[in-house]
Design a protein around this ligand. Structure first.
Ligand code: PFF
Length: 450
């Protein structure tokens, strides 16, 4: 058997696309995007975000696919092979694996809240009525160690079960079920939102840019989020790319995945804002939009509990299809670098990630603000991944393809996009200069240097 035949591979192009879209579409689209767009003035933020996706996100996704496919290896080996054994570049691969490990440890805790809210929706939010009681319900969930640990374990268990099945038998199969279901649920909720009196106002809020609301911090936030939402900078797309056949078009795939991801983020706003506006609430509510504001509205609207169940299952599916890509980064590293079989390379890292996530699951209860800087464990991990690991991973990926990787290999990878050769030079210069400058700006802003 050849090396590539021993590795997992996608059964079909559509399966690959659904798995990548599943990785990209996650808590970032439904939980985070609507509140950061709300906080940053709506339309103008959306516009800047679209520019970031197209000018920076898509070019870097093409780089990740090119690195993964050309080496048919997980990130550490991929950088090793393409750099001719440089320890520094290998370290970039290691950074990606560590980032995926850390992100999954607390992503699973938030996903666990989504699962708990599916259950709570069935119980009509435990009988809580009125904005005050339902708002407090989230505080009670956040500060309950048992609930957090139970759902963190359940979510990691589901993630493990899928990755255990392998690339085509687990990840691809699950994506083929979850992604169409996710789109169906989105459209059910959109149909409801369209009938709400606040829809017009929400549409204007999302699509009419008001330049006076533009702030430098908003621009940088849009760029940072475009990385997170496209699953860039931590080896996920690289790993998925390494299971891809030679004839898959990496450029059109990147565009399609990004368009789907963006559509879901915008649909999430067009679902949540009309409901929020119709009940006189505010889209600038911050991180509590999904877990506090939406439940308050669901508890008041006709058939609200049914919509609530659909909404939180949607959130759970979105999180699960992203979490499997994070675990796969660690699993494929363990298979490629340590020579383990898939089953032990899935269950042992997953158990370690679960344990590493325990302090995050307990951050609202037993482990409140204790780390230097006054942040609790959960917030510190989020800070580490979003502000340091992802931007650095993205920056080095662009620099690697732009300046270190053999240009002939890069050209060959790009050539899988038939008919798009005239765009090669534009893409390559974007990767060499635009992406590094933009990412450096985000990075310096996020660590507070300007
Ligand atoms: N893109 C996911 C989201 O928007 O929630 C998060 C994510 C998944 C980031 C996988 C990075 C990754 F490797």
């Amino acid at each position: 058997m050849t090396e590539s035949a021993e590795r997992g591979h996608w059964g079909s192009r559509i399966g690959f696309l659904l798995a990548c879209a599943g990785s990209a579409i996650g808590l970032g689209n439904i939980w985070k995007f609507p509140y950061i767009a709300g906080e940053n003035g709506g339309g103008i933020f959306v516009l800047i975000y679209l520019v970031c996706i197209f000018a920076v996100g898509i070019p870097i996704m093409v780089c990740e696919f090119a690195i993964g496919r050309s080496t048919q290896s997980s990130p550490v080996q991929a950088f090793d092979k393409l750099s001719g054994g440089s320890t520094g570049w290998k370290a970039v691969g290691v950074l990606g694996v560590l980032a995926a490990f850390v992100l999954l440890s607390f992503y699973s805790v938030v996903a666990g809240w989504a699962m708990h809210y599916v259950y709570l929706s069935f119980t009509r939010f435990g009988g809580a009525t009125g904005a005050g009681a339902i708002g407090e319900l989230f505080g009670a969930v956040f500060s309950n160690p048992g609930i957090n640990l139970f759902w963190h374990l359940a979510f990691m268990g589901m993630t493990t079960a899928i990755v255990w099945g392998g690339v085509s038998g687990g990840i691809e199969k699950a994506s083929r079920i979850m992604m169409p279901a996710l789109f169906l649920m989105l459209f059910i909720l959109l149909a409801k939102a369209l009938t709400m009196p606040g829809f017009g106002k929400a549409f204007v809020f999302v699509f009419s840019p008001d330049a006076s609301k533009l702030t430098p911090a908003g621009v940088l936030e849009a760029l940072g989020h475009s990385f997170f939402t496209l699953s860039l900078g931590m080896g996920a797309m690289m790993t998925y790319g390494s299971y891809m056949a030679d004839d898959f078009d990496i450029v059109r795939s990147s565009v399609l995945i990004s368009v789907l991801d963006t559509m879901v983020a915008l649909l999430a706003c067009l679902i949540m804002y009309p409901i929020i506006f119709s009940y006189g609430m505010n889209p600038q509510a911050g991180p509590g939009l999904v877990f506090k504001s939406m439940p308050i509205v669901f508890s008041q609207m006709p058939f609200g509990m049914a919509f609530s169940v659909v909404f939180f299952i949607l959130l759970t599916f979105a999180a699960l299809s992203s979490a499997i890509s994070l675990l796969e980064v660690v699993t494929s590293y363990t298979i490629d670098n340590w020579g383990w079989g898939r089953h032990s390379a899935t269950i042992i890292p997953a158990a370690v990630i679960f344990l590493f996530g325990v302090p995050s699951a307990l951050s609202g209860s037993w482990l409140p603000a204790t780390l230097p800087g006054g942040k609790n464990f959960f917030d510190s991990m989020d800070y580490l991944v979003s502000n340091w690991m992802m931007p650095l991973g993205g920056l080095f990926t662009a620099l690697f393809v732009g300046f270190r990787m053999d240009v002939e290999v890069v050209k060959k990878e790009f050539a899988s996009a038939k008919g798009l050769q005239p765009f090669f030079t534009g893409w390559f210069y974007t990767v060499k200069f635009v992406c590094p400058i933009a990412v450096t700006a985000v990075f310096l802003h996020m660590v507070g240097l300007f």
